[in-house]
Design a protein around this ligand. Structure first.
Ligand code: ADP
Ligand code: MG
Length: 588
C-alpha cells in the first residue's frame, strides 16, 4: 500500500485510545476540566459502570458562547498560549485532547453557562461531529454528559469489565482527586445510589476519613516536611531558599499495613501521579518497621515549582519527570521517616516467630512437641522418616530431604541424595495449601469454619465490586458470604486454612490479589481465588521456623503433585548438585 495521511476520524480514534482507556479515564478527564474551571462543587453520576452514562456537573467558570464547539476540536485549549507555557503548567489539562477524544468514541452533550452570561448553550456531539447546538437556560457552570461510551469501538467494549468493577475504578479516581483537593466537594452517584462524598471542608484528614474510613484514618500520622527542620520561622531565619520540594500528608503507623503498594498515593502539585521510585522512597522510610512483604498506606502531596517537573511525558499525564529526581526521592523519604520517628508509637514487630496460620500446622506441631520437649534439630532431622510417622502417600516427586537449617528466616536449607536444596518457605507452603485446597474443591468438600460471630465487612466500592464479582466462587470454596446492602457484606464462614487472627484484613488482601490478577476467564475464577486464599494463608518470609516446622513443611512439599513451583509459577526449590558444588570448590 502507498503511504497516505490517515483520514481525521481514523487518526482521532487512534489518538483517543491513548486517553480514553475505560470509563474511569473519561471521569478523570472531566474532573480535571471541572477543577481547572475553578469549581468548588463537582457531582458525578454514572450508570452501569459508566458504560451507559457518565455525567459530571460543576459550578466552575463555564465555557463562553462562541467557544463551546471549539472545545471539541483536537488540540483546542484555553490553558496554553505558547511553547514557554509548557515549562510551567499550573493546570491539570493543557493538551486540548480530552473532549475531542471522548467525543470521538461516544455521544457527548454539554450544557454550560459562564456566570456573566444570561443564557447557556447546549451542544450535542456524536462520534466527533456536532449534531445540535442551541441556547438554553442553565445554572452557572458546566454539565458534560457522556453516553454509550465505546459503542462504536467494539474492540474496547470487549475489554470492559463488569459494571461493578468499572464503578470501582471510577470510585478510585474520584477519591484520589478528593484527596488532592480537600477544598472541593465531590459527590459520586452510581446507579442512583450515592457512594462517595467529600465535604469540601478544606481538611485533608476529613477526606482521608471519607475515603478510607475512620478506623484507618486513626492509624495514620501527619507528614509535614516544613516542620521537619524546626518551625517555619526558624527556617525563614536560617535560609531564604525554599526547599525544592514540600511533602505533606498522612502516612500509616506501623500498626496498619497492606498487602501491596496500591495504597501509597502521590500528588505532585495536586496532580495524582504514579511513581514507583517514590513508592520505594516511602518503603525505605519504613525499613524494619513493617513485616516483610507488607506495605504502608500513605497519601502524600508534593509541592514543587512547576518548572521542576515535566508533566508532559504521557498522554494520560499519570507519570511525571522531575528535573532533580534524587532530591525529590530523599525529600519524600526523610519526611516520612521523620514523621514515623517523631510521631509514631514505638514500633512493635507484628509477628511472633512461631505462629503458623494453618490450623493443620498447629495441630501437628503440638503433636510433635507433646512429650518430646526441646530436641536438637539435627537429631530430629535424622528422625524425619521414622516408620511410626504418618505414611507417605502419593507419588514423591522430590527426593527425600534432610533439613539442615534456615537462612534469612526465608529459606530452608536441606540435603538430598543429589546435593543441596534451598526451599522458599512461603512459596512451598503456598503450593502445599493450594494442592490441598484444590483436591478438596474437586471433591466439593472444602473444609470451612463457621465464625462465632458473622463478620460485617463494609468495603469501599472498588473492593465491593471485586467481592460482588467473585461472590459465587467464594461460596464454592469454603466461604459463606452474603450481600448486606450497598457495599456491605456479611461473612459467616471462611475456608479452614484461613482461620487467622485478622480475617478482615485477610479478605481485603485476597480481593486485592484478585484485582491484580484480573483474569477475565470466568472458568478459572475459582482456581484464581483458591490461589489467592493460599497465598494469604501461607507462612510468610521472615518467619523463624523450628526444626519440626521445617521438616513438616519439606515432607508435605515432597508429597505434592508439582512440588517445584508455587501456584503462581515461581520456583519453590533451588537445587545445587554435588557436581556443581565440587566444581565451584575446584575439587574437579
Ligand atoms: P484541556 O483540558 O487540555 O484544555 P479539554 O479537551 O479537556 O482540553 O478541554 C478543552 C477546553 O474546554 C478547555 O481548555 C476549557 O477551556 C474548556 N472546558 C472543558 N471542560 C470545561 C469545564 N468543565 N468548565 C469550563 N471549561 C471547560
Ligand atoms: Mg482537559
Amino acid at each position: 500500500m502507498p503511504i497516505r495521511v490517515l483520514p481525521p476520524e481514523v487518526a482521532g480514534k487512534i489518538a483517543a485510545g491513548e486517553v480514553v482507556e475505560r470509563p474511569a479515564s473519561v471521569v478523570k478527564e472531566l474532573l480535571e476540566n471541572s477543577i481547572d474551571a475553578g469549581a468548588t462543587d463537582i457531582r458525578v453520576e454514572i450508570r452501569e459502570g459508566g458504560r451507559r452514562l457518565i455525567r459530571v456537573a460543576d459550578n466552575g467558570s463555564g465555557i463562553p458562547d462562541g467557544e463551546v464547539a471549539l472545545a471539541f476540536a483536537r488540540h483546542a485549549t484555553s490553558k496554553l498560549n505558547d511553547v514557554e507555557d509548557l515549562d510551567r503548567i499550573a493546570t491539570l489539562g493543557f493538551r486540548g485532547e480530552a473532549l475531542a477524544s471522548i467525543a470521538s468514541v461516544s455521544q457527548v452533550t454539554v450544557l454550560t453557562r459562564p456566570r456573566a452570561q444570561a443564557m447557556g448553550q447546549l451542544l450535542r456531539v456524536d462520534g466527533g461531529k456536532v449534531v445540535h447546538q442551541e441556547g438554553r437556560g442553565s445554572p452557572a457552570g458546566t454539565v458534560v454528559t457522556v453516553e454509550h461510551l465505546f459503542r462504536s469501538v467494539p474492540a474496547r467494549l470487549k475489554f470492559l469489565r463488569q459494571p461493578q468493577t468499572e464503578t470501582g475504578h471510577i470510585h478510585t479516581v474520584i477519591s484520589r482527586y478528593a484527596l488532592a483537593y480537600p477544598e472541593i466537594r465531590f459527590l459520586l452517584t452510581a446507579d442512583s445510589r450515592q457512594t462517595f462524598q467529600s465535604s469540601g471542608s478544606g481538611k485533608l484528614y476529613d477526606v482521608l476519613i471519607a475515603v478510607y474510613g475512620l478506623d484507618v484514618a486513626e492509624k495514620t500520622i501527619e507528614v509535614s516536611s516544613a516542620r521537619e527542620s524546626g518551625t517555619e520561622d526558624d527556617m525563614a531565619r536560617e535560609t531564604s531558599v525554599r526547599p525544592l520540594c514540600q511533602v505533606n500528608g498522612y502516612t500509616s503507623t506501623p500498626a496498619l499495613h497492606r498487602a501491596n503498594r496500591t495504597y501509597i498515593t502521590f500528588f505532585v502539585n495536586q496532580r495524582w501521579i504514579q511513581d514507583r521510585s517514590l513508592a520505594h522512597a516511602v518503603a525505605q522510610a519504613y525499613h524494619t518497621l513493617l513485616p516483610v512483604g507488607r506495605h504502608p498506606l500513605a497519601v502524600l502531596l508534593l509541592d514543587t515549582d512547576p518548572a521542576e517537573v515535566d508533566v508532559n511525558v504521557h498522554p494520560t499525564k499519570r507519570e511525571v519527570k522531575f528535573r532533580d529526581g534524587r532530591s525529590v526521592f530523599s525529600a519524600v523519604q526523610s519526611a516520612v521517616r521523620h514523621a514515623l520517628i517523631d510521631r509514631a508509637p514505638v514500633p512493635v514487630m507484628a509477628h511472633s516467630p512461631r505462629t503458623w496460620p494453618a490450623p493443620e500446622w498447629e495441630r501437628r506441631q503440638s503433636l510433635i512437641s507433646a512429650g518430646q520437649g526441646e530436641q536438637d534439630p539435627a537429631q530430629l532431622a535424622m528422625e524425619l522418616y521414622r516408620p511410626d510417622d504418618q505414611p507417605l502417600v502419593g507419588p514423591v516427586r522430590l527426593p527425600l530431604l534432610r533439613v539442615v537449617g534456615q537462612v534469612g528466616q526465608t529459606y530452608i536449607v536441606a540435603e538430598g541424595p543429589q546435593g543441596m536444596y534451598l526451599i522458599d518457605q512461603h512459596a512451598a507452603h503456598e503450593r502445599i495449601l493450594y494442592e490441598e485446597m484444590m483436591a478438596e474443591h474437586e471433591e466439593q468438600a472444602v473444609t470451612s469454619q463457621t465464625l462465632l460471630e458473622p463478620l460485617h465487612l463494609d468495603l469501599d466500592p472498588a473492593l465491593a465490586g471485586q467481592l460482588g464479582e467473585h461472590l459465587p466462587f467464594l461460596n464454592q470454596v469454603g466461604f459463606s458470604v452474603e450481600p448486606f446492602g450497598g457495599s456491605s457484606y456479611l461473612v459467616r464462614a471462611v475456608p479452614s486454612i484461613l482461620v487467622v487472627p485478622d480475617i478482615r484484613t485477610a479478605l481485603v488482601d485476597i480481593l486485592e490479589l484478585l484485582r491484580q490478577g484480573d483474569d477475565p476467564l470466568a472458568a478459572q475464577a475459582e482456581v484464581h481465588l483458591i490461589a489467592a486464599v493460599c497465598k494469604r494463608a501461607a507462612i510468610k518470609a521472615g518467619q523463624t521456623l523450628t526444626g519440626e516446622e521445617m521438616q513438616k513443611l519439606v515432607r508435605q512439599l515432597e508429597q505434592c503433585e508439582s512440588p517445584r513451583t508455587c501456584p503462581h509459577g515461581r520456583p519453590t526449590v533451588l537445587h545445587f548438585s554435588v557436581e556443581q558444588l565440587e566444581k565451584e570448590f575446584g575439587r574437579r
